[in-house]
Design a protein around this ligand. Structure first.
Ligand code: KG4
Ligand code: ZN
Length: 352
């Protein structure tokens, strides 16, 4: 495509309820990272309403992109590529970011790179200052847990741009389970962070919730819908018996079950595929207990755990710009045929 003098990557993200734009250098240094959250608009419904999300992306996208450029001290002439989330996510929400990126790319003659949202999550740690490394520097290959409201999967990252799917959830994403259990416990949306807070003063051993798919032969896939039901049954039975359960204990016990499963599966997958490093990413990777426990458990297993920096766990565009360094730009004619996709994995399963 066209030659530009620019060196930076402009990232655009609109897959769910955050309108985000960021400018990142070719080396992965984050010059700006602007996130406009719609959480207050959706909170009263207890979940994201797709139509409301699309409409608000439409209002926010222009100002958010302008702000990302301004905060980076950049003009379009400094931008070599525009990286945009193509999917997975809400189709209408994705369309807004994608169309904005296509329009800028077309009119300014800047290369466009479509990015898979999960590639953003699992490579956010490769941004300069993108992670915490309690056991030393990150090495390839690493097993990356992508754990958010929409995804729970483990990928083997052989090198930037080369991924294999090691495991995936068979039903709910872990973040979805956090949000649904929070709702059940009367906590606000999105509930993950509220469960995290409540759990800090609770006893994780108070209630022995199941650890789904953890017993027997190690298997790389997850299931969280049964655990969610188990919390509901527990709460209903207590209510029927006239007992009230301490919220912190319920939150801590549920959280511990999720955290135990996420950690064991990630460490097992790393060991099975010769990876000495694991990375946690995505919104649920912001969970305090998961961060603390995986570091200890990994060390005990001779594996180095790396934690995506909090600012890059929940949805943001710096991770999309960062991943845009590894992808291929689309041609001007292909660009106009580019549509969002609502679902689909980043890479094929190992052995496929
Ligand atoms: O990555 P993200 O912003 O969006 C998706 O791609 O889905 O993740 C949002 C999810 C929500 O389910 C939210 O409840 C969860 O991440 N989350 C947390 C925490 N912070 C956010 N879950 C557990 N503990 C947290 N501290
Ligand atoms: Zn996400």
């Amino acid at each position: 495509m066209s030659e530009t003098a620019g060196k930076h990557i402009l990232g655009i993200e609109s897959s769910c309820d955050e309108t985000a734009a960021a400018v990142v250098t070719a080396e992965g240094r984050v010059l700006s990272n602007v996130v406009s959250s719609q959480v207050p608009l959706h909170a009263r419904y207890g979940g994201v309403i797709p139509e409301i999300a699309s409409r608000n992306h439409l209002l926010a996208i222009g100002p958010v992109v302008d702000r990302a450029l301004a905060e980076a001290g950049a003009t379009p002439a400094d931008i070599a590529r525009i990286a945009v989330t193509r999917g997975p996510g809400l189709a209408g929400a994705l369309m807004v970011g994608l169309q904005h990126a296509k329009t800028l790319s077309w009119l300014l003659g800047i290369d466009l790179v479509p990015v898979h949202h999960v590639e953003g999550h699992i490579t956010a740690i490769l941004l300069e200052d993108g992670g915490e490394h309690p056991h030393g520097p990150l090495e390839f290959p690493y097993a990356a847990l992508a754990v958010s409201g929409g995804h729970t999967s483990i990928y083997l990252v052989r090198r930037p741009g080369t991924y294999l799917l090691l495991g995936v959830t068979l039903d709910d994403a872990a973040g979805e389970a956090f949000d649904k259990v929070a709702r059940l416990l009367g906590l606000p949306y999105p509930g993950g962070v509220h469960i995290d807070r409540q759990a800090r003063s609770g006893n994780p051993d108070a209630i022995a919730f199941p650890r789904p798919l953890l017993s027997g032969t190690p298997r790389p896939d997850f299931s969280f819908s049964g655990l969610k039901t188990s919390v509901r049954v527990h709460v209903e039975q207590a209510a029927a018996a006239g007992r009230t359960l301490p919220l912190p204990d319920l939150a801590a016990s549920f959280q511990e079950a999720v955290v135990d499963v996420l950690i064991r599966k990630t460490l097992d997958a790393a060991a099975a595929h010769g990876a000495a490093d694991v990375v946690i990413s995505g919104g649920v990777a912001a969970n305090g207990r998961l961060r603390e426990k995986i570091v200890a458990k990994a060390a005990a297993a001779g594996i180095r755990a790396h934690l995506t920096r909090l600012a890059y766990c929940t949805d943001n565009a710096a991770m999309i710009a960062g991943a845009g360094r590894f992808g291929t730009a689309v041609s001007r004619s292909d660009m106009m045929r580019l549509e969002p996709f609502a679902s689909g994995q980043l890479a094929p399963p190992v052995g496929a």
